[in-house]
Design a protein around this ligand. Structure first.
Ligand code: IZC
Ligand code: ZN
Length: 419
């Protein structure tokens, strides 16, 4: 018998996401879960030692901690590849204005929107930001999220952007949730630069981006390419400046209007294009041609009561699709990936299997971690969930119910619902 640290057996469904197919998954491959009935997982030193039929594991491994998962689903930890995790304040006032028919864009024109969160975030101390973001991360972990991407973009000055990114780094160091940081100084033009936006852009390119990269505080560089925010040309200049410093591009693309975001994401070799509610035909072609992940955010469409991204068309075209919350105080305060999986099935037209792929293996690929997390196969990090459900389709079916019973992060039990 081989010894391991943790042995889970008897799961009614073990969702491995290990199918032998290449990742990210696209087209019909998105529906393949690598599902094993009566399956289990052996974990040692924070990694998956084996994942397969329970009988095999029971005959090969012994462990000090053995979990019987009869009647339960075991699956990879959820990955949330698009959040604006670190911010201060909230925007219930804007929620009420939108209910009264005032649009997200109109609220921004009146000086609210992103700029209102910028004011609150600049005024908050590092410690206050850590405390608030930590509370969000705790709740996300209980809903099964073991890795998140977190964007800056509520500082909009070099010092305030560095403060936000430093908070994300501190929380990543603290654990247990892994945080992958994205610089987003091009989230909006700050109030003090409204009359000379050129200077703000020049400052981002000449000073802020090099400083962020030098400090090692971000992996990606994102822009809000949108009518009334940053044009495709401005966005390209910012993304190219990031590439020169080693930051891989991401794009908030075609969220509120069709403005060339998809095309830009293809041209600059972005790892992902996010939102894509209004992509053009050329934009979708560019994504497919350049292998750009479409990160879809149905929680935002739900909260803004807007259209949804043409997800079925993307999948039929062979564009890999991932899902994320977009957690932010303006357009989507949803923290729970299981809710997003539900919305993806109900409103984007994904099947439950496709949605699970989009929230695990493809979500990991959207933040460059496809070789480490998002699947349960030997050698990968042991981030996994035990659900209080016998069938994975229960995740979207019991919409609004938290299905997560146990969360294992890097081989350690970090959350148990019954304790
Ligand atoms: O604070 O409104 N869309 N950025 C782009 C956001 C929404 C976040 C916000
Ligand atoms: Zn966003």
């Amino acid at each position: 018998m081989e010894s391991c640290d943790l042995l889970i057996t008897g799961a009614s469904q073990l969702i491995t996401m290990h199918t032998g197919a290449a990742w990210p998954r696209a087209g019909p491959g998105m529906a393949e879960l690598g599902l094993i009935e009566d399956g289990g997982v052996a974990v040692r030193a924070g990694r998956i030692l084996a994942a397969g039929p329970s009988a095999d594991l029971r005959s090969r491994f012994e462990a000090p901690v053995v979990i019987q998962a009869a009647g339960k689903v075991v699956m990879p930890g959820l990955v949330d590849p698009h959040t604006h995790l670190v911010f201060a304040g909230s925007r219930e006032n804007e929620f009420e204005l939108r209910l009264a028919g005032i649009s997200y864009q109109e609220i921004a024109r009146r000086g609210g929107g992103i700029l209102s969160t910028v004011r609150a975030t600049r005024a908050a101390s590092r410690e206050a930001l850590i405390e608030q973001a930590r509370a969000r991360l705790d709740r996300m972990l209980r809903w099964g999220t073991t890795t998140v991407e977190a964007k800056s973009g509520y500082g909009l000055s070099t010092a305030d952007e560095l403060k936000q990114l430093d908070v994300a780094k501190a929380l990543n160091d603290e654990g247990p949730v892994t945080i992958v940081s994205t610089f987003m100084g091009a989230h909006e033009v700050p109030a003090e630069h409204r009359t000379d936006r050129r200077r703000y852009l020049d400052g981002l390119i000449a000073e802020t981006i090099p400083r962020v990269a030098e400090a090692g505080l971000a992996v990606f560089n994102d822009v809000f390419c949108e009518t009334g925010v940053f044009t495709p040309d401005e966005s390209r200049a910012i993304l190219e400046a990031g590439v020169r410093c080693g930051l891989r591009p991401k794009v908030h693309a075609d969220e509120l209007s069709s403005c060339g975001g998809g095309e830009l994401a293809g041209q600059v070799g972005a790892i992902s294009a996010d939102h894509l509610v209004h992509p053009s035909d050329a934009g979708l072609d560019a994504l497919r041609q350049h292998g750009v992940m479409a990160v879809l955010l149905p929680g935002t469409s739900f909260c803004l009561r807007s259209r949804y991204a043409p997800a079925r068309r993307m999948i039929e075209m062979g564009i890999p699709v991932a899902l994320a919350t977009d957690l932010n105080p303006g357009s989507c305060p949803i923290e729970a990936m299981p809710i997003i999986i539900g919305l993806a099935c109900l409103n984007l037209g994904l099947t439950p299997a496709e949605a699970l792929t989009a929230a695990t293996v493809n979500a990991a690929c959207a933040i460059g971690l496809g070789d480490r997390i998002g699947r349960l196969s030997a050698g990968l990090e042991a981030d996994l969930l035990i659900l209080d459900l016998p069938d994975y389709r229960g995740i979207p079916y019991y919409f609004g119910r938290n299905p997560v019973e146990t969360v294992v992060k890097a081989g350690r039990i970090v959350w148990e619902w019954r304790t």
